[in-house]
Design a protein around this ligand. Structure first.
Ligand code: DQA
Length: 145
């Protein structure tokens, strides 16, 4: 099974960025958690981060025929981008959306996700552990579909 994990803008600054909201662990700790989870689940994983919407669309398109599923934290693009969910739908791959914080209990503009309509599940407010949950959920979905 081959997964791609995409992290959107400013997630490379984990640990520095608003630690009260996103925690004190840095991006390297997140990639380590993802790698360890995928290793124990026998999943081949690529982890990729970008601050640019078009680059994220290009990366999703490149998954066609190459990956079995996607895990995506579109970060701020969650609330603004139509192109990202369109790209997920275009490649037809199952995707799980993850948010470190609980976007439903923060500012009103964060409550709506354009991405969620293109995903099989949206996980929010579980901290970095949400990525491990997403990996297991996506694997179970692929095994049972
Ligand atoms: C986020 C929530 C978004 O609203 C925010 O813009 C982010 C991170 C999260 O992981 O909690 O950059 O996606």
């Amino acid at each position: 099974m081959k997964f791609l994990v995409i992290n959107g803008p400013n997630l490379n600054l984990l640990g520095i960025r608003e630690p009260d909201i996103y925690g004190k662990e840095d991006y390297a700790a997140l990639t380590e958690l993802i790698r360890q989870t995928c290793q124990s689940e026998q999943i081949d994983v690529e982890i990729w981060q970008s601050n640019h919407e078009g680059a994220i669309v290009d990366k999703i398109q490149q998954c066609y025929g190459q990956k079995d599923g996607l895990i995506i934290n579109p970060a701020a693009y969650t609330h603004t981008s139509v192109a990202i969910p369109d790209a997920i739908k275009a490649v037809g791959l199952p995707a799980v959306e993850v948010h470190i914080s609980d976007i439903s209990t923060r500012e009103a503009f964060r409550a709506h996700s354009y991405t969620s309509a293109a995903c099989i599940a949206t996980l929010k407010g579980e901290g970095l552990a949400g990525y491990a949950h997403a990996i297991r959920l996506l694997k179970a979905h692929l095994l049972h579909s």
